[in-house]
Design a protein around this ligand. Structure first.
Ligand SMILES: NC(=O)c1ccc[n+]([C@@H]2O[C@H](COP(=O)([O-])OP(=O)(O)OC[C@H]3O[C@@H](n4cnc5c(N)ncnc54)[C@H](OP(=O)(O)O)[C@@H]3O)[C@@H](O)[C@H]2O)c1
Length: 170
């Protein structure tokens, strides 16, 4: 069972601003949907609240919060990343799926990076102002397994470069 991080990152490491995304990337949204469909997705409470329509359909949505009274309609609410990963794995195994996805935001990525197997990163050709960042992707730990560039489509604010990073074998 693989744990994948799925994230879009600006050239300056920014991933979010003021509770939302600092760009509009329709092409990337479609890729995100295809990448995560049918798989359990794990997110922090703030990312959950950033979705205009929730839960994301066709996927088990798992929301992490320290608030034991938190309710998230259509999602599983858990108290830690470890618990989220355990539930996601159980569901994926039951569904015959070999990957679970951590989809943000900054706090959850920072905690999940050490145990992730794969990073699906959309590098956005922009350096927007932001209040949330992704940690450095250390080339000592990660290598580029796949890479593809996309020009900005009609509904995209910026061009992107989609990179799959895999962990170096020790
Ligand atoms: N560019 C991208 O690909 C991407 C993807 C996703 C999100 N984002 C952006 O990232 C921003 C949100 O990120 P964020 O870092 O502010 O928030 P976040 O990671 O989405 O959620 C943080 C919340 O998760 C809960 N949490 C974190 N660690 C926990 C732990 N160890 N145990 C239990 N609960 C824990 C806490 O919820 P409680 O406060 O309820 O206890 C915390 O406030 C938004 O701007 C969003 O648009 C960007």
């Amino acid at each position: 069972m693989k744990t994948a991080i799925v994230v879009a990152i600006g050239e300056n490491g920014v991933i979010g601003n003021d509770g939302g995304l600092p760009w509009r990337l329709s092409t990337d949204m479609k890729r995100f949907k295809a990448q995560t469909m049918g798989k359990p997705i794990i997110m922090g409470r703030k990312t959950w609240e950033s979705f205009p329509r929730r839960p994301l359909p066709g996927r088990l949505n798992i929301v992490i919060t320290r608030d034991g009274n938190y309710r998230a309609e259509g999602a599983r609410v858990v108290g830690s990343l470890g618990e989220a990963i355990a539930i996601a794995r159980e569901q994926a195994e039951a569904d015959g799926i070999d990957e679970i996805c951590v989809i943000g935001g900054g706090e959850i990525y920072a905690q999940a990076l050490n145990s992730a197997d794969t990073l699906h990163v959309t590098h956005v050709a922009a350096a927007p102002r932001g209040d949330t960042r992704f940690p450095e992707i250390d080339p000592e730990t990660w290598y580029v397994a796949e890479e593809e560039s996309f020009p900005a489509g009609e509904k995209d604010s910026h061009p992107t470069r989609y990179v799959v990073y895999e962990r170096h074998r020790k």
